[in-house]
Structure formats: C-alpha cells, structure tokens
Design a protein around this ligand. Structure first.
Ligand SMILES: Nc1nc2c(ncn2[C@@H]2O[C@H](COP(=O)(O)OP(=O)(O)O)[C@@H](O)[C@H]2O)c(=O)[nH]1
Ligand SMILES: [Mg+2]
Length: 255
C-alpha cells in the first residue's frame, strides 16, 4: 500500500508550497512521490501536479453552468469531486510511486466539511493515509488566535479517522519571542489563559477555558512540529513522524 498524505489547513497556510517542498525533500532521499491537486480553483501551483482535479472540474465552467459566483462554485466543485473519486483512485494506482502527496483545496471548509473528501479518503486506502494539519504560524501569534486555530483544528479532527499530524507551517515567520510564547502555551494552559487575559481579547475567559480543556483531551494542543518550506525546517522530523505512522518506523526500501 502506498502512503497517501493529505495536506490540510486554512487558506494560505502553505499547503501547496509544502507539497512542493516535501516532494523535493522525499526526492532528495531517493524516493518517489506523486502530487495530486484537489483544488479546482487553484490559479497557480508551485508544482506541476501529476494528477489534477482541474482537468475534470473547472471553477469557471461550474460558475457559468450553474450560474454561480466564485464562492458558490467552489462548494459545487467540491461536491462534484465525488464523481471523480474512482478516476482519481485509478490514476493514483497507475503510478508506481513511494508516496502520494495530496494538496487539499485552498479553503479549509471545502475539504473538511463536504462529503467528497471523506469519500476520497474512504476509497483510497484509509489504512495507509494520514493527514498533516497545518496550523498557520501567522495565526498563532496571539493567545486568541492560538485558541481559535485549535478550535478549528478540533472540528476538522472530528471529521476524519486517519492519523492526524499537527504542524506549525511557515515557522520561519515566527520571531524567537513568538516561538517562546507558543511553546509556553503548548505546555501550560494556565499561561495560555493568562496571555488571553493580558490581550484583553473579546473571547469570554470561561468559554476559552472550556475550549482549552476539550482541545487538550484531543492531544493537539501539545507540541506541534514547526516546519517551513522556505528553509526546510522540520522536514526531516516530519518525514520520520510519517514513517513512524505509516511504516511502523521502518524506511521504505530505497529505489
Ligand atoms: N515565509 C513563508 N511563506 C510561505 C511558506 N509556505 C508558503 N508560504 C507563502 O504563503 C502563501 C500561501 O501559500 P500556499 O502554499 O499557496 O497556501 P495554501 O493556500 O495553503 O495552499 C504564499 O504566498 C507562499 O509563498 C513558508 O514556509 N514560509
Ligand atoms: Mg493551495
């Protein structure tokens, strides 16, 4: 079974850029990876996908056929993807690659909250699949942003049953003080609440407390791997984590 790795996160979190960077990383280790673009609305991709949903679904085509604006067309396109699941699966299987890197649509909700993505995962080796969830570093700079990002991640986590690997993307954008704050919040929820108080955020402290404790029970509030496509930080660890999940820690046989 070929590992399938889904890159998921909010718009602009760096999914497409990371698919490219991680493919390069894997190639450098003498493995093969193919890339799959599931974003019908992608105007520019930093890589040339081996399999591209845009060949079957065009956002502009959906806009004119269904008389919709871009937002409505994004939703219809995501739903139409369900008709392509078998084709995507057949195409993926036609490649003899070591890894399949899957770039989720730009808008998180299109992947996380529509049925077609679950169908794709369900039909394509769920046992060999894992999800890298990108927490956008720029949203983790404040305590309130940190909490709302986790709330969102928690709601995504509840939708899927494959291994969920939370990372902090674009980590090169964090200055040392921001990194220190994030580690502090990750290890101590009392500190997180204290920072929230200092920030005078609009979020109700009691509500925040209950969010933090429920998120904590899902174990995603703990240390997340900082990664960067710009300076390749964390890519070696990301690769090892994935090996641990997908292959029981053993390297695939090198080609
Ligand atoms: N500094 C920095 N910028 C990044 C990184 N990854 C992506 N970006 C930038 O963030 C923006 C959104 O990236 P993209 O990969 O398209 O995000 P996506 O919507 O999640 O696919 C682009 O301008 C990228 O150049 C990173 O690791 N570091
Ligand atoms: Mg993208």
């Amino acid at each position: 079974m070929i590992p399938k790795i889904y890159f998921v996160g909010t718009a602009g979190a760096g999914k497409s850029t990371m698919v490219n960077a991680f493919k390069e990383w894997i190639t450098q280790l003498s493995y093969d990876a193919i890339t799959v673009n599931l974003d019908p609305g992608a105007e520019y991709l930093p890589y040339t996908p081996d399999i591209d949903i845009r060949e079957d679904i065009s956002l502009e085509g959906v806009m004119s056929e269904y008389n919709l604006g871009p937002n409505g067309a994004q939703i219809v396109s995501a739903d139409l993807m369900v008709e392509d699941v078998q084709k995507i699966k057949d195409l993926v299987e036609s490649y003899d690659s070591d890894y399949v890197l899957i770039d989720a649509p730009g808008q998180l909700e299109l992947f996380a909250f529509r049925e077609s993505s679950r169908e794709i995962i369900r039909q394509m080796d769920p046992e060999a699949s894992s999800m890298i969830y990108l927490f956008d570093a720029s949203l983790l700079k404040t305590a309130s942003g940190y909490i709302s990002s986790h709330f969102l991640a928690m709601s995504v986590l509840t939708r899927f049953s494959i291994p969920f690997l939370p990372v902090i993307s674009k980590a090169d954008l964090l200055v040392p003080e921001e990194r220190r704050n994030i580690s502090k919040w990750e290890s101590n929820s009392g500190e997180l609440l204290e920072s929230l108080r200092e920030e005078r955020a609009t979020i109700d402290i009691q509500f925040a407390e209950s969010i933090i404790s429920s998120v904590k029970s899902l174990d995603i509030i703990g240390a997340k791997l900082p990664i960067s496509s710009v300076n390749s930080e964390g890519l070696d660890q990301l690769y090892s984590y994935l090996q641990g999940i997908l292959e029981g820690g053993e390297d695939l046989e090198k080609r």
